[in-house]
Design a protein around this ligand. Structure first.
Ligand code: MLT
Ligand code: ZN
Length: 467
């Protein structure tokens, strides 16, 4: 849909009067900052950025945009990897940078009420101080916002034990496309009251409504952890080891896969001394517990499984400095790899037991198309991030042959019981591949939902599917 109204100076003035001049941006250089995220090298300029301070202001902005059919795109920290917050049709961007308060931490009911601009790690630390735990921990936890996490149902390493953002959202305050404000549910642990709009909003990438408050569920904080770094000559064997660990009866709090290149680039970039011998892949395996004595028995079971999978070496870390160092190596891979070259990242996900086959297929495709792929990710979830580097590939191969290669990888994901995104979302970049995993009837239901929530198609238009 491109029947949008023109954002003329009268409408701009009435929008600016909602937030005030000092909470609005129209200078092209600053607009550029809000026209990018962490997805490839895309830039889509908004015409106006507004920085509201409360729900009432968001509601008024939505009303004006609705009346004038102006595209309205919500933005957290811009750390997304699917281009979901890019204003591809221009219009207004709402930035939640000033709606960043932790409104309440409730240690009776183990929940917190948040504004969407709260940084993930700030929430984690604030609740940890009170003995509580908010598990979802995307690699960008130090900068990504809870609002953005809800928009994508973001994940991270700990999701293998604790689930993704979706599993922690109890209730949402949302502004509808015409400015009406509703709560999607109630602040309770169970709710059988009509359709589950809360869960529908999670992962909807700002296309159905604008989230202005978030009620999250918390857990008791498990204070003890051990980390093992296992190296393998065969990356496929490392992948195969993952399902054997669960089969042995252990539930790690993270099982991350890293290939040799990813680790090499990450340690080089951070100047960490780390010797690589004949290993081609690593598993970073963490266990956590409420009692220190519960750690070692889990590590022993895992160690035996690793030995059965031709592990080369196992480094045990139980001091916080080594644990932090190893996590830093893993968490930095994505960012460091993306500095190497123009890239495309695929967020493939299959059933855990099919991870070895997916990995081998990705390697086979990268060899036959001649591109370099760096793979890492949440092996325990069957979620493999495949970063494809352009390096010196020709524009022709990059533009014309790469989509064919990606299509093949995604078709394989589907055949292996998986899908095309585990945690980064569809946004702009994965939109062309949606028909691999969805039939027309499925699309039509989604389009019907979009139409019901957003009849004028103004909310984050051009994302997930063309509307
Ligand atoms: C990660 O697991 O490192 C993140 O999803 C980010 C990325 O893939 O680059
Ligand atoms: Zn990830």
């Amino acid at each position: 849909m491109s029947n949008f109204g023109k954002l003329n100076s009268t409408i701009i003035q009435s929008l600016i009067s909602v937030t005030g001049q000092d909470r609005s941006i129209t200078e092209p250089e600053t607009l550029k900052v809000y026209g990018k995220d962490h997805t490839e090298d895309f830039v889509y300029l908004p015409e106006l950025v507004l920085i509201p301070e409360n729900t009432e202001q968001v509601s008024q902005i939505a009303k004006i945009c609705f009346e004038n059919t102006i595209p309205l795109t919500s933005r957290g920290a811009g750390t997304g990897l699917s281009g979901a917050c890019l204003p591809v049709h221009g219009g207004v961007v709402i930035s939640f940078e000033k709606m960043n308060r932790i409104i309440q931490i409730d240690d009776i009911n183990y929940q917190a009420v948040l504004e969407p601009g709260v940084i993930n790690e700030q929430l984690q630390l604030a609740v940890q101080e009170k003995g509580m735990f908010y598990p979802p921990d995307p690699a960008s936890k130090g900068s990504c916002t809870i609002g953005g996490n809800v928009a994508h149902s973001s994940g991270g390493p700990r999701c293998v034990k604790y689930g993704t953002t979706r599993d922690y959202i109890l209730n949402l305050e949302m502004v509808l496309s015409d400015g009406e404000v509703i709560w999607t549910g109630a602040n309770v642990l169970k709710n059988s009251t009509g359709y589950n709009l809360t869960q529908l909003m999670v992962g909807s990438e700002g296309t159905l409504g604008i989230i202005t408050k978030i009620v999250v569920k918390l857990l008791p904080y498990p204070p003890f952890r051990s980390l093992m770094l296992a190296s393998f000559a065969s990356a496929t064997e490392a992948c195969a080891c993952v399902s054997s660990i669960f089969k042995a009866g252990v539930q790690p709090s993270a099982i991350e896969f890293m290939d040799r290149k990813g680790v090499k680039l990450s340690v080089q970039h951070q100047n960490i001394s780390f010797e690589q011998k004949e290993e081609n892949a690593y598993l970073l395996i963490e266990v956590d517990a409420f009692e220190e004595t519960a750690l070692m028995p889990q590590c022993e079971v895992i160690y035996n499984v690793l030995e059965n999978h031709q592990v080369l070496e196992v480094l045990m870390a139980d001091d916080s400095e080594t644990i932090e160092k190893l996590w830093k190596i893993r968490r930095s891979i994505g960012e460091v790899v993306k500095r190497q070259s123009i890239y495309k990242e695929e967020d493939t996900v299959v059933t855990r037991g099919n991870l070895p086959e997916l990995y081998e297929y990705v390697m086979q495709i990268s060899e036959s198309y001649g591109f370099e792929a760096v793979c890492y990710g949440h092996a325990g979830d069957g979620n493999l991030h495949v970063n494809i580097l352009k390096n010196d590939l020709s524009e022709d191969i990059w533009q014309n042959q790469l989509p064919e290669a990606i299509t093949k990888i995604f078709e394989k994901c589907k055949a292996l019981g998986g899908t095309i995104s585990g945690e980064h979302g569809i946004g702009l970049v994965q939109k062309p591949y949606m028909s691999i995993v969805m039939k027309e009837a499925h699309f039509n239901i989604m389009k019907g939902i979009k139409q019901a929530f957003d009849p004028k198609g103004i909310l984050n238009p051009g994302k997930i599917f063309n509307n």
